[in-house]
Design a protein around this ligand. Structure first.
Ligand code: KIV
Length: 318
């Protein structure tokens, strides 16, 4: 079903007419986008942009643009911490960075990505870890990878009031099982399995699903069958939304270019050019100038030199 058809069909979620909530007996305006508003956006056919952020400054910058969803992805491992992939990322690292993103944002819905082995071993551990994202980091939802295998867990999390974003297709935490960062669902059978996964996540109560590295035709078929929004990355133009990694979008790693990413700026080169200019200015004595310096009064300077027993400076003599 196309987005327009989704609109006609409507969906089963209760969407808040306004952002006002009853809080401690008095009405309080909630600034942040809510998951029900995300569902409402998809129902109206508004395409949803999501971007990753990992710290306070990047959160401030992206939040000020009005982007509806900020994901603190476990891509943190690759792009911020210098790991080879997402597998080594820990809960404490994710909480630390997610809390900074929450401090740096006021408008966006912030989604914390559950790292490898924070939700796979035991449901009780998964629930506690998902709870940490909301309690300690202050984000509003969590994301976790997997299809039908994680649907029962998603049902539990949602039942405990923790909104969940699903993630299927190429799931980086399973890179060893999948044999590399490969497009998933290329065969008709594999594509049908992905549809089953997506439907299971929706039935379990996920409020949206990331489709990563999936043929465009398969992403479209999934999007048409779901009421909740699909958020694509390398999944073609027919998803309800798109997600991009901050560093890819801004060209912060100048030598890395992925087919699924579009660069909107060359900030890596701009940063290096700025730092080179700074080095040159320091070497040439062109920085700092008086404009970047502070001074004491002439009277204090004279006293200062008297205290040191210095000869008066040329400026004082003049
Ligand atoms: O970790 C991440 O940044 C992600 C997105 C690419 C969806 O999972």
């Amino acid at each position: 079903m196309a987005l327009s058809a989704k609109l006609e069909k409507g969906h089963r979620y209760n969407t808040a007419a306004s952002q006002a909530i009853l809080f401690g007996g008095c009405e309080r305006q909630m600034a942040r986008l809510t998951v029900t508003q995300v569902l409402e956006m998809a129902r109206k056919g508004e395409r949803i942009a999501m971007i990753t952020a990992y710290d306070y400054p990047s959160a401030q910058l992206v939040d000020a643009t009005g982007v509806p969803i900020v994901l603190v992805g476990d891509s943190l491992g690759n792009v911020m911490l210098g790991y080879e992939g997402t597998i080594p990322v820990t809960m404490d690292e994710m909480i630390h960075h997610t809390a900074a993103v929450v401090r740096g944002s006021t408008n966006a819905l912030v989604v914390g990505d559950m790292p490898f082995m924070s939700y796979q071993a035991l449901d009780s551990e998964a629930i506690r870890n998902a709870g940490r994202f909301l309690k300690e980091a202050g984000c509003q939802a969590v994301k976790l990878e997997g299809g039908r295998a994680v649907a029962p867990l998603i049902r539990k999390l949602v039942g405990y009031g923790i909104p969940v974003m699903g993630h299927i297709g190429f799931t980086p935490q399973s890179v060893n099982q999948l044999g590399g960062a490969r497009v998933q669902g290329r065969s008709s059978e594999a594509a049908r399995e992905l549809i089953e996964d997506a439907l299971a996540l929706e039935r379990a109560g996920a409020f949206s699903i990331v489709l990563e590295l999936v043929p465009a035709q398969v992403a479209r078929a999934i999007t048409e069958r779901l009421e909740i929004p699909t958020i694509g990355i390398g999944a073609g133009p027919d998803c309800d939304g798109q997600v991009q990694v901050f560093h890819d979008l801004l060209g912060l790693y100048p030598t890395l270019q992925f087919r699924h990413a579009k660069r909107y700026a060359e900030l890596g080169e701009a940063i290096q050019a700025a730092v080179r200019s700074y080095i040159q200015d320091v070497q040439d004595g062109a920085f700092p100038t008086d404009a970047h310096s502070f001074s004491m009064s002439a009277e204090e300077e004279t006293r200062f030199h008297e205290l040191l027993g210095d000869a008066p400076s040329q400026a004082q003599v003049g």
